[in-house]
Write a protein that binds this ligand. Structure first.
Ligand code: GSH
Length: 214
C-alpha cells in the first residue's frame, strides 16, 4: 500500500498513526502541504479534492482518512481494532462520522488560529476563538462523558475510533485547546493515546509551531 501524506496535517497524522496501530506495511509518498503539492496535477490525479491523505493499494485508490482506517483494519484482519460485531462496529462508525463532520472542524479552528496564523506571521482572532470555545466545550463534554465510562472510546481496548478522535487534538499544547475542563478526555489523550507506540512513532515534532507552551 502507498499512503500519500504530509505528517504535519491532522488527517495524515491520523492515517500514519493508524497504519502503525494496525501493523500495516506501507510506503509513504510525501506530499508537501505547505508547498501546496496537494494542489498539483500529479496529486489531483490521485485525489481530486486536493486534500491529503490518500491511499493506493495497487490500482485501488481511496481517500477520506476514516475510510482508509476502516479499509486497512479489515484488510489486515485487525478485528480488535474494528470489530465485526454489528453494534460494536456501528458504534465505531458513529464516532468516525462524528469526528469527520463535527469534532475535526471545531478542533481545526484552534489549530488555524493558534498555530498556522502565528506561524505565517499573523495573529489569532479572539472572536473566532471565543465562538469556537463554546462549541468545543459542548463536543468535548460529549466525549468526556463517554470516557468517564470506558478506558477507551469504544470499550476496554483501543480501536480505530480512538485514533480518529485523537488526531484533531494531535498538537493540543500548541492548539491551546481548553482540555482541563474535561478530565476524562484529557487523561485519555495524555495517558492512553499518547502512550501508544503507534502515536509516539508518528509524532510530527516541534517544527510546526514557534514555541511550545509550558
Ligand atoms: N475529510 C477528509 C479531510 C481531508 C483534509 O481536509 N485534509 C486537509 C489536511 S488535514 C487538507 O489537505 N486540506 C487541504 C487544504 O488545506 O488545502 C479526510 O478525512 O481525509
Amino acid at each position: 500500500m502507498k499512503i500519500y501524506a504530509d505528517p504535519i496535517t491532522v488527517n495524515c497524522r491520523k492515517v500514519l498513526a493508524g497504519m502503525a496501530f494496525l501493523d500495516a506495511p506501507f510506503e509513504r509518498v510525501h506530499v508537501d502541504y505547505f508547498k501546496g503539492e496537494h494542489k498539483e496535477a500529479a496529486y489531483l490525479a490521485v485525489n481530486p479534492n486536493a486534500s491529503v491523505p490518500s491511499l493506493a493499494d495497487g490500482d485501488f485508490v481511496l481517500w477520506e482518512s476514516n475510510a482508509i482506517l476502516q479499509y486497512v483494519a479489515d484488510k489486515m484482519g485487525r478485528e480488535s481494532a474494528y470489530p465485526k460485531d454489528l453494534q460494536k462496529r456501528a458504534d465505531i462508525n458513529r464516532w468516525l462520522l462524528w469526528e469527520s463532520s463535527t469534532w475535526f472542524p471545531n478542533c481545526y479552528a484552534f489549530l488555524v488560529e493558534n498555530c498556522v496564523k502565528p506561524l505565517l506571521g499573523g495573529q489569532a482572532d479572539p472572536a473566532i476563538l471565543a465562538a469556537q470555545a463554546e462549541q468545543f466545550h459542548k463536543l468535548a463534554g460529549i466525549l468526556n462523558a463517554r470516557l468517564a465510562k470506558h478506558a477507551w472510546v469504544c470499550g476496554d481496548a483501543p480501536t480505530i475510533a480512538d485514533i480518529a478522535l485523537a488526531a484533531p487534538l494531535h498538537l493540543h499544547p500548541y492548539q491551546q485547546l481548553p482540555l482541563s475542563d474535561h478530565p476524562h478526555l484529557k487523561r485519555w489523550m495524555t495517558e492512553r493515546v499518547e502512550a501508544l507506540p503507534a502515536w509516539q512513532n508518528t509524532y510530527v515534532g516541534p517544527g510546526f509551531t514557534l514555541t511550545r507552551p509550558a
